[in-house]
Design a protein around this ligand. Structure first.
Ligand SMILES: Cc1cc2nc3c(=O)[nH]c(=O)nc-3n(C[C@H](O)[C@H](O)[C@H](O)COP(=O)(O)O)c2cc1C
Length: 457
């Protein structure tokens, strides 16, 4: 694979995301997450560094599994407090021209008509630079906050997600014909009503007659991101995702994941080569190896091990405070995030991990590999994953904000540009939309082989 690699900044509209304790590092600015200026500056930096998108994680609810209450999570700002990610997007889009935005949304606690409207609006306001990361949510506390007695089991969540996307696809793709909007002032005819259609959806979870309330946006359907790792999650990714987040920590795990999701995608009639695979990476970079390692050591001193256990207890839906820190982690099938479990069990059958080791490893960016070194060392590693393993891009996970991003942009990106892996600043883009950036020129719309298009939408 010799084409360019893709970059997402993986962040959250919160103090802490995946590196608990990092906000205590001197100079960390994540406490400014409530300021518009913080986000517009992040957007400009990411764009300067040739990033394709800022990718926002999001959860509803608090991490209250660890110790049976929310005290540790709330005290240590473990993904709480967190503001709504999509509301900062228009300001970030206004500050940039090319950068995309991937926003995590759950299909479990909203309605597809409402969500379709929000993303059409965002696609209009960003001129086609929007993606949705589709999740089904894993926190019990979220279910309770959003009107359920308990979290739906994973099968039911994915069943609902399937139908949810069917409704959204019909609204985005089917409802308004391309030439429905005529904008004829003289005739007082904005829209040709013959070309606007109801969708007549009657399903198990939703009843939506339509039509869609928004006129077609540049991409119509936002670019679909997904990070499912269980069997059902992979199936969902294969049917829907254009960009897939492979969270396996080992090379074999990533290879197996990509091969499996590609072959499932083929079974849905999709060209498996059209899927874009991303892995997470935590880059810690310095002008020399010694500087980078000193940074890593300093960051590690700020890792909040107990906060990390609180975060992981939510990911796994398993109270890690009940386990002896030196106890070996045993595989379980979880109704929460299977990928986090697999990372330390199935994906590494030859190695066993204790609870303490998992917490220490996950303190810097959770399950993704940390790459520590000079710009050349970091670029070598990314190039290896791209060219030898075949991943298309990286979700750059932050430790210190915004230093992880600025170090990467100022030190690693010039090296990647030198190697032709990131286009030069100001280079001609393949197109205006995020989908064209990821899939190539002329790909503003969902591909014709995507199930949403082939089902007649
Ligand atoms: C790396 C990674 C990042 C994720 N980010 C989010 C997120 O921001 N919000 C969320 O609710 N779920 C998130 N998830 C959860 C998944 O999208 C999925 O819903 C969950 O993993 C359960 O399905 P699975 O067991 O098939 O993976 C993430 C999962 C992974 C592996």
């Amino acid at each position: 694979m010799t084409d360019r690699l893709h970059l997402n900044l993986f962040t959250m509209n919160s103090v802490e995301h995946v590196s608990p304790g990092s906000w205590t590092y001197p100079g960390d600015r994540s406490t400014e997450y409530t300021d518009t200026d913080y986000w517009t500056e992040i957007a400009r930096t990411a764009e300067r560094g040739g990033f394709d998108a800022v990718f926002f994680a999001d959860v509803r609810g608090v991490y209250d599994v660890y110790g049976g209450d929310r005290d540790v999570a709330v005290e240590r700002a473990i993904q709480t407090p967190a503001n709504d990610p999509q509301l900062v997007v228009p300001a970030m889009a206004a500050a940039t021209e090319e950068l995309g935005f991937a926003v995590t949304r759950s299909t479990t606690y909203t309605h597809p008509y409402q969500l379709a409207r929000e993303f059409s609006t965002l696609d209009h306001l960003t001129d086609g630079r929007i993606a949705i990361n589709v999740v089904t949510s894993y926190l019990q506390s979220a279910a309770e906050n959003l009107g359920l007695d308990e979290r739906m089991d994973k099968e039911t969540r994915y069943d609902r997600a399937d139908e949810f996307l069917d409704v959204c696809y019909a609204l985005w793709e089917d409802s308004w014909e391309d030439d429905a909007v005529v904008r004829d002032r003289e005739a007082n005819r904005y829209t040709d009503p013959e070309k606007v259609h109801g969708i007549g959806h009657e399903g198990e979870h939703f009843s939506v007659p339509g039509p869609h309330g928004c006129e077609p946006s540049p991409q119509r359907t936002p670019v679909v991101y997904q990070a499912g790792s269980s069997d059902r999650g992979r199936e969902f990714a294969a049917a829907n995702a254009e960009a897939v987040f492979a969270s396996q920590p080992t090379e074999e795990g990533v290879r197996e994941y990509m091969e499996d999701v590609r072959s499932r995608a083929e079974a849905y009639g999709r060209d498996p080569e059209s899927l874009r695979f991303f892995i997470g990476v935590v880059p810690i970079v310095g002008e020399t190896q010694a500087i980078a390692e000193a940074k890593r050591d300093e960051y590690t001193r700020h890792v909040d091990v107990e906060g990390t256990l609180a975060l992981l207890s939510g990911f796994l839906d398993m109270d890690l405070s009940e386990l002896d820190p030196d106890q070996q982690v045993e595989h379980i099938e979880t109704d929460a995030i299977q990928g986090t479990m697999n990372a330390f069990t199935k994906s590494q059958p030859d190695r066993s991990w204790t609870v303490r080791e998992v917490a220490e490893f996950c303190g810097l960016g959770t399950t993704s590999p940390t790459v520590v070194g000079t710009p050349e060392v970091v670029a070598d590693e990314l190039q290896y994953w791209h060219e030898e393993v075949g991943v298309h891009g990286f979700n750059v996970k932050e430790v210190v904000r915004p230093d992880t991003l600025t170090d990467f942009v100022d030190l690693v990106v010039p090296e990647l540009r030198e190697r032709g892996l990131v286009p030069p600043a100001g280079d001609d883009r393949p197109g205006d939309t995020l989908r064209e950036r990821l899939l190539g020129e002329g790909q503003r719309r969902l591909r014709a082989d995507h199930p949403a298009r082939r089902s007649g939408n």
